[in-house]
Design a protein around this ligand. Structure first.
Ligand SMILES: [Zn+2]
Length: 294
């Protein structure tokens, strides 16, 4: 999020996702195909092959290509060894005149955007189900005016809170809301007292204390849910890896941070390794929870 000029219209909200969602580049892989001469056998052949040799990682490909007035069917990936074709499959292929095979270059992955989809279709028909939410995020239309105003007000509060102290020292600030945009806490980092007290950690500690108090007062409150399930975090700058990991563990929903030259704290001990832009933390596939970063 770029908040150099503080107006709703000038505020640029960008979802931070992998570059592959923007790129038009597609990777390819080779498959073995055969021509089907008798149209009446198409569904019979497809049903048999789908059951005996499912395409698995290539399930984004349609099994049949009938583009060029001839009908071509994918038998298997090229690296699927011949020895893996069972006697039953070999017999079926011979019986239905599906030998010998041709080699075709096809898209290796499910397209991530419309450009990739169009390129992929030039090679082979694709089963494509566009992610409408993601497409809206990518073309910056996901936030309507009301949402933009709410985000703007919350991020303005973060900046106001950060700049409250009239000195050169800029601490990182974190503001937390529930899913209805109610502010649960806003706090600064406290690294002079404790180097681990980054603003995210202080915010999560505060929320934990509040929830503990509420549970002590009311036995009916469930204690098995994650600490920040569904919450949004607004930060004055980009978080470090420790804070990002804390956000993952507490299962937040979305992270908004200001991305501008003057947004980052100037304290060496306060959230200094940019976990997202330097380390691409949000792309780590092994994490068991992912949140949106805007
Ligand atoms: Zn941090």
């Amino acid at each position: 999020m770029n908040a150099m000029k503080l107006t709703v219209d000038a505020m640029k909200l960008s979802l931070i996702v992998s570059q592959q969602y923007y790129s038009s580049h597609i990777e390819t892989v080779e498959v073995l195909t055969s021509r089907i001469t008798d149209k009446t056998l198409i569904s019979y052949i497809v049903n048999f092959l789908s059951k005996e040799i499912p395409l698995k990682s290539l399930s984004h490909l349609k099994r049949i290509n009938s583009k060029d007035k001839s009908i071509e069917v994918i038998i298997c990936a090229k690296d699927y060894r011949n020895s893996e074709l069972s006697e039953k499959v070999n017999h079926f292929l011979k019986q239905n005149h599906l030998l010998p095979f041709n080699t075709r270059v096809v898209p290796k992955n499910n397209p991530k955007n419309r450009n990739q989809y169009e390129k992929s279709c030039q090679l082979w028909p694709i089963n494509y189900h566009p992610n409408k939410y993601l497409e809206k995020c990518l073309n910056s239309t996901v936030f309507d005016l009301i949402s933009r105003k709410i985000i703007f007000e919350l991020i303005s509060k973060v900046i106001e809170f950060r700049d409250k102290e009239d000195n050169d020292r800029k601490s990182m600030v974190t503001l937390v809301t529930d899913s209805s945009h109610n502010i649960l806490t806003i706090c600064k980092s406290d690294v002079l007292k404790n180097p681990l007290k980054h603003s995210v950690i202080v915010a999560i500690d505060t929320i934990a204390d509040k929830q503990c108090n509420e549970r002590q007062k009311d036995d009916n409150i469930k204690s098995d849910s994650y600490l920040c399930n569904g919450y949004d975090f607004y930060m004055s700058g980009e978080p470090c890896i420790m804070c990002c990991m804390a956000l993952v563990h507490s299962r937040i929903s979305r992270l908004f941070f200001i991305d501008s030259n003057d947004s980052h704290c100037n304290d060496l001990f306060d959230c200094c390794d940019k976990a997202i832009s330097l380390h691409e933390f949000h792309l780590l596939p092994k994490l068991n929870h992912h949140f949106e970063i805007i």
